[in-house]
Design a protein around this ligand. Structure first.
Ligand code: UD1
Ligand code: UDP
Length: 376
């Protein structure tokens, strides 16, 4: 029997690995264990609750306002005993976080095969996003098997001389999660207190602009520019409501609350649990974000996205026209938002439903691929 160890630590990794955990656990030909680093705590736990996943191991590493040095070291150190106890044949890591990179290194030390889910995305600029581009490139170097979400990410890997037979185009597991999530949220007996609260506190007759932001390279002036733009948009368009679930990182929370509190059509709230967030995305008119995952989810929901970054490792939806890079230039954010609010033809062009990131079957493809590997 092949033994799998699936490891993740932050909110987006948890969302994107949850359907893979479910797919492997449903297959009794595998022995599958789950370990969370808990690089995030509350934002991770809400995902585990929604997908009904109880980890076998929890490193519980999160510290308030943690830094990359100690986070990396603590994760590598913490993984040693887990890897020695589980003795996995395959360790699965996801994407580009410190958890992915550090667990990849630890798994390599243990001799397990490293499987990289969401492999091959690139900006080719090691500083953007920071430190994620570097984390993803490094994890790609460590990995034995690469699950690329799109043909473009496969191409990036092949250009780096990755062995073609170890690269599989799967689609992004974010779509597997989204389809599961939307179905669950729309079932009659699903009652969610956060969704009920949003129904009471928001006026969906108004155009709703959903905002998120957390990227390290936007901390400081970038975030100030974004908030200045949001303030102007809110003041100039009283018929619009801006809802902003604010990331728990203190480098985000502090400036956002300082700059945007007290404007009556800007609603600042704590991060939403996944169920309420995908419900709110569906209800929104447009999204302004620097999130990677949201850039992938929005095209499936037909929502235009203004991305507050200068580059993206996810150019597919930019090329197809649903996603527009606006950087952190205050004026550009205001102009592009204003255009989407007032020009319905322009809005309709950008809000086409399409699925550049997957068909919801990525996890099945990964399971089938691993099944066919001979470990003897
Ligand atoms: C991390 C990832 C980033 C990912 C993002 C998703 C790295 C280097 N960064 O960035 O790639 O896009 O997660 O959100 O891996 N906090 C809490 N509770 C939580 C989560 C965070 O209080 O549940 C606060 C803590 O003070 C923590 C801080 O946020 O120290 C920063 O968390 P960290 O994971 O280091 O960075 P993120 O900006 O969340
Ligand atoms: N998300 C959530 N609650 C929120 C904001 C986002 O559940 O308040 C979900 C969102 O649907 C997406 C993921 O979190 O799947 C994106 O995470 P984040 O933006 O933190 O990280 P990134 O994708 O940029 O790495």
């Amino acid at each position: 029997m092949k033994t799998n160890l699936i490891v993740f630590g932050t909110r987006p990794e948890a969302i994107k690995m949850a359907p893979l955990v479910k797919a492997f656990i449903a297959d009794s030909t595998f022995n599958t264990k789950v370990c969370v680093t808990a690089q995030h705590r509350e934002m991770l736990d809400q995902v585990l609750n929604f997908f009904e996943i109880t980890p076998d191991y929890d490193l519980n590493v999160m510290k308030p306002n943690q830094n990359l040095y100690s986070l990396t070291a603590t994760i590598i150190e913490g993984m040693k005993s887990v890897l020695e106890e589980v003795k996995p044949d395959f360790v699965y890591v996801h994407g580009d976080t410190t958890t992915s990179m550090a667990v990849g290194i630890a798994a390599f030390y243990s001799g397990a095969k490293v499987c990289h889910v969401e492999a091959g995305l690139r900006t080719f600029d090691r500083k953007y996003p920071f430190p994620e581009e570097f984390n993803r490139q490094l994890t790609g170097k460590i990995a034995d098997y690469h699950f690329a979400p799109t043909p473009l990410s496969q191409k990036n890997l092949l250009q780096e001389n990755t062995d073609k037979q170890n690269v599989l185009v799967t689609g992004n597991t974010v779509i597997d999660a989204l389809l599961y999530g939307i179905e669950k949220v729309n079932t009659n007996n699903f009652i969610d207190p956060e969704i009920e609260k949003l129904k009471k506190s928001l006026d969906f007759q108004k155009q709703t602009i959903l905002v998120t932001g957390h990227r390290r390279e936007n901390h400081g002036q970038g975030l100030i520019n974004i908030c200045t733009a949001l303030k102007t948009i809110a003041v100039n368009n009283p018929e619009v409501q801006i809802i902003y679930p604010v990331h728990l990182n203190p480098n985000v929370e502090k400036p956002v609350y300082e700059l945007l509190s007290g404007i009556n059509n800007v609603i600042l709230i704590k991060p939403l649990a996944y169920a309420a967030f995908i419900w709110l995305m569906e209800k929104s008119y447009l999204i302004i974000t620097d999130s990677g995952g949201i850039q992938e989810e929005a095209p499936s929901l037909g929502k235009p996205v203004l991305v507050t970054r200068d580059t993206t490792e996810r150019p597919e939806a930019v090329e197809e026209g649903t996603v527009l890079l606006v950087g952190t230039d205050t004026q550009k954010i205001i102009e592009e938002t204003q255009k989407l609010i007032s020009d319905i033809n322009y809005y309709n062009e950008m809000s086409l439903l399409h699925n550049p990131y997957g068909d919801g079957k990525a996890c099945n493809r990964i399971v089938d691929f691993i099944k066919n590997i001979n470990i003897a």
